[in-house]
Design a protein around this ligand. Sequence first.
Ligand SMILES: [Zn+2]
Length: 285
Amino acid sequence: MGGGSGAGRPRARVGLGATRALAGFCVAALLVTGGWWAQQRARAKAWAAAVYSLRGRVVAVDPGHGGIDPGAIAASGTNEDTVVLAVSLRVAAMLQQAGAIVVLTRTGDSDLAAQTEGGPTARKRVDLRSRVALINASAADVVVSIHANHFSNPAEHGAQTFYNAQRFRESKELATVMQEQFQRVTGETRRVISEHIDHYVLNHADMPGVTVEIGFLSNPREARMLAEPGYQERIAFAIYRALALWFARLPQAPSPAPSTPAVPGATAALAPGGGAVPGAVANPY
Ligand SMILES: [Zn+2]
């Protein structure tokens, strides 16, 4: 008997210890879970605020090339103009869904110099000037020019964001957010932002902006991915997300860099009070 009850006590003590440990674990788990949920809620609220900041904003989306100019061509036959248009249309749809007004420089396989006579160089010049004229006439708050890269070394890969901070300081901030989103959303790039670009659109647009090279068509694996609708959606979401986060963080209307003259149209376009424009349509150009 005595041996039996003596054997029972330690078991009871072990049981109590285990219960306490279990209770402690549960409290810790609840605290951790509670903290996680609070963090998730805060993130969801911040993201909702970022999406809301897109309402009424005018965003110029410029799919590079088109028409007689296919841009870079992958060994598989995928053309840059086709891929960047597909991504641009997805970006436009997401932005419109959030209440932004989207100005697309092209919506089909055409350049903006279709009626111009002359060689390819002259047409390209007219095409770029026409894009800038359209973008500036729209008084957009921001411009995103979308391209795909090509390089002699097929190992090069990854999306990269370019900017011209000589025109607008905010372009560098947008480029930084954009590159972060390419890294997070696609998980396919370790590239960093760069100012090494001489792009007519960035140099002449009257508002902040970036040029994104969404990947390398000279890299066979990336060329395959860029042609896939699922990957195009991820790239487009990264661009959309970056724009939302950038607008949300914008402390005030973008202003030209000190070295450049003021561009009245740009600041006027960013004046608050534009109002929400739900379901805005893409431009008809
Ligand atoms: Zn290009």
